[in-house]
Design a protein around this ligand. Structure first.
Ligand SMILES: Nc1ncnc2c1ncn2[C@@H]1O[C@H](COP(=O)(O)OP(=O)(O)O)[C@@H](O)[C@H]1O
Ligand SMILES: [Mg+2]
Length: 325
């Protein structure tokens, strides 16, 4: 293979980044969204307005929640996502989110300019008016744990009340999609009334036993798309194990590593993808020494890949799966 220019490599990488790979949690979420949507359409066609349910989508960082939800809403054949129709709308919460701030951000996402300082109550009433006029079916709040974490009891209750009102608003109820870390489910489960109105989709970490074959198939799909071959060092099953460990067993992070390794191979003009390209990609992402690189050391399992160099844990501690069904 001749050396590709940076531009040519960037084109191929952009194409790889734009691909969506379906997986079990993604399909479960798709089923849930379709179920809500088509049941609502049937009720509406019969002239009925019914209270809606919500979906809590949980998983660690890099599981693929935001990417999966955005894809499902954006590509849905019966939903107009984002401006100007806003049948489905995403608002991403900042770490210091407050109920009033999220209400204002939602109005902003609708393109509605709020005037003067107003109370949380009046802001959310305005949000619901916007939802009705745009015929919004799904409001998606990403990183939703931020609005509940570390809040006082009264602030927490206020959020619960707002979410219940969205689901039950008599004139135009709206389904909620709340995505975030596993902590989000724990927080929602504190309110029985609200948790009963939500179904849960868990973008759970992978394991080698259940996902080893899937990882191999995903890798092959990306190799084919990039028109590059599988090198000898990728043949052994330890590559898949190393890849899973390096990706913290998270689907999206794994894909990020595959794309980064392919990018490195293309940049170097190599025809085959090898383990050394994964090692190089990991080194660049983590800026780590070889002794901490799971694609280099024998005892890769002992490496704590869930930590950034700053020592901050990327994964939330797992919570017990208390069904919010
Ligand atoms: N189903 C998928 N198919 C292809 N790439 C994916 C998929 N899910 C995630 N990714 C990749 O992984 C990255 C991280 O996923 P993201 O949705 O941001 O994770 P989360 O929101 O759970 O932290 C995305 O930017 C995307 O590049
Ligand atoms: Mg996300």
């Amino acid at each position: 293979m001749t050396h590709m220019s940076r531009e040519e490599v960037s084109h191929i990488v952009a194409d790889l980044e734009n691909r969506l790979i379906t997986h079990d949690s993604f399909l479960e979420l798709q089923h849930q969204i379709d179920d809500f949507l088509y049941r609502r359409k049937a009720h509406t066609a019969a002239g009925r307005v019914t209270a809606q349910r919500g979906i809590v989508v949980i998983g660690n960082a890099g599981a693929g929640k935001s990417f999966g939800i955005e894809h499902l809403l954006l590509k849905h054949p019966h939903l107009a996502y984002g401006k100007p129709y806003n049948q489905a709308l995403t608002v991403r919460l900042a770490s210091e989110a407050t109920i009033k701030g999220v209400g204002l951000d939602t109005l902003d996402a609708y393109g509605y300019e709020s005037k003067g300082s107003r109370t949380g109550h009046s802001i959310w009433r305005q949000v619901m008016r916007q939802a009705r006029s745009h015929k919004t079916l799904f409001l998606h709040f990403d990183e939703a744990q931020h609005i509940l974490r570390g809040k006082s009891k009264s602030e927490f209750d206020q959020v619960m009340l707002v979410w219940k009102s969205c689901l039950e608003y008599t004139e135009w109820p709206v389904s909620l999609i709340l995505s975030g870390t596993c902590e989000l489910l724990e927080l929602i489960n504190r309110d029985d009334q609200l948790s009963r109105r939500f179904d849960v989709v868990h973008f759970a970490p992978m394991t080698f036993a259940s996902h080893g074959h899937e990882v191999t198939a995903v890798l092959d799909a990306y190799l084919k798309a990039a028109r590059i071959s599988r090198g000898k060092t990728l043949e052994s099953s330890t590559l898949v194990r190393r890849l899973l460990h390096a990706a913290r067993y998270e689907f999206g992070t794994m894909i990020g590593l595959i794309i980064a390794a392919i990018k490195l191979a293309l940049r170097k003009g190599h025809q085959n993808l090898e383990q050394s390209h994964f090692a190089g990609a990991y080194r660049r992402q983590k800026r780590c020494v070889d002794a901490l690189n799971p694609f280099i050391v024998d005892n890769y399992r002992s490496i704590k890949t869930g930590q950034l160099l700053s020592g901050v844990e990327l994964e939330a501690s797992p919570v017990t799966y208390r069904g919010a069904a």
